[in-house]
Design a protein. Structure first.
Length: 385
């Protein structure tokens, strides 16, 4: 919300509600380090490292930005789901008999339920976020990996790795209402739904291509799209115009393929760090973050979507994976004074914050930024939006 209009008095209404998450972060699950690195996407710096995980792999940030759900695949255990409180970076662990190598994680748009793909026991667990209890277990195909929820929250799509299928779950009943059959030996891994909810893009790890599902009919659209070797994670930009696919390849180079959704053809190929798996876009669509699982030490590549070039490589823990949606949404970031595109918008924001908090140092601390420069970067990003 804006903290003032033309009247200076409006500046004192506050930037955010008292319980809202403040800074916008990317949460990177470091599988081999058993940690999660927290990256401030305004500055591309790691400002926290959270411990207390067990082979973390899948990540799902709640749409309200307040919680992050991490699938602990588990070493010699059935696994568990860790819950990060983004305001305090404290961790609560959910254990349940239904878990079996949880990897895919997806949170419903209302932030009330989490769907967890259990790779080892061919099920999806449903968590009630109010109680952190599993309220349902749904049988799906063989080795469910990627999980994604439609924007209206009505359906959940699950990529069944060894079944060569995608299960469709109706959230109203938590039952499977459809199965999309892919051709043999595709090994569907990651999937992402377009912002308008009309399509699902599915990465096929073995056949090195991407399938497209029409959500209205739950049928395949056209031919599969050839990409790089071993496509894994996938993300659609907020405007729905491009799909970024991480090609996990040990031998032939590590790349990200960019698909133009108007043509369903690859429009660019970007070299990144070794063994990319997770892919996430910032809410404004300007940057894409890619977790490089095999880089030593682990890194996250940052891609500028305007030029499709890598602008930074951020050091994190060992084996960064973050399979799923791992960047906080726009609602988790503060809005500042002034109207983007209007003159003096930056000055209005700075002046209002300084007066409200008694200086920019106090404002940065109150709003969860590590420095005034980090706050200034966030203001710039808002003003230029």
């Amino acid at each position: 919300m804006k903290i003032r209009s033309a009247l200076l008095a409006c500046a004192f209404a506050g930037v955010l509600g008292s319980t809202e998450t403040l800074a916008r972060n990317a949460y990177i699950a470091n599988t081999y380090s058993n940690t999660v690195s927290v990256i401030d996407v305004a500055t591309n710096t790691v400002h926290a490292t959270i411990s207390g995980f067990d082979d973390p792999q899948g990540v799902g940030v709640s749409p309200d930005g307040r919680k992050v759900y991490v699938g602990n695949y588990g070493v010699g255990t059935p696994g568990s789901v860790a819950v990060i409180d983004t305001a305090t970076n404290t961790v609560t662990t959910i254990t349940d008999a239904s878990f079996g190598g949880p990897v895919g994680i997806a949170v419903t748009p209302d932030s009330k339920h989490v769907y967890v793909g259990n790779l080892q026991n061919d099920t999806v667990s449903v968590i009630d976020t109010a109680t952190n209890a599993v309220i349902g277990t749904i049988a799906v195909g063989n080795s469910p990996a990627g999980v994604a929820v439609t924007p209206d929250g009505s359906k959940v799509y699950v990529a069944n790795y060894f079944s060569n299928t995608v299960s469709v779950i109706a959230t109203a009943t938590n039952t499977v209402v459809g199965v999309v059959v892919l051709t043999d030996n595709t090994w569907p891994d990651g999937l992402a739904v377009t912002p308008d909810g009309s399509k699902v893009y599915v990465t096929n790890r073995f056949s090195n291509d991407v399938s497209v599902i029409d959500t209205a009919t739950n049928t395949m659209i056209g031919l599969r799209i050839p990409v790089g070797t071993g496509p894994a994670g996938v993300a659609v930009t907020p405007d729905g115009k491009h799909v970024y696919v991480a090609n996990f390849d040990f031998d032939l180079g590590s790349t990200v393929s960019v698909i133009d959704t108007s043509t369903n053809a690859v429009s660019a190929t970007i070299s990144v760090g070794q063994g990319p798996i997770g892919v996430g876009t910032t809410p404004d669509g300007r940057q894409v973050y890619v977790t490089n699982f095999n880089s030593d030490p682990g890194t996250v590549s940052v891609i500028d979507t305007a030029t499709n070039t890598v602008t930074a490589a951020i050091s994190v823990g060992f084996g960064p994976l973050s399979f799923g949606i791992f960047i906080q949404p726009a609602s988790a970031a503060p809005k500042f004074a002034g109207t983007p595109g209007k003159s003096n918008r930056h000055g209005q924001s700075v002046s209002a914050l300084a007066q409200q908090y008694g200086g920019l140092n106090n404002a940065a601390a109150a709003l969860g930024y590590l420095s005034v420069s980090a706050l200034q970067n966030a203001i710039e990003a808002y003003c230029d939006a």
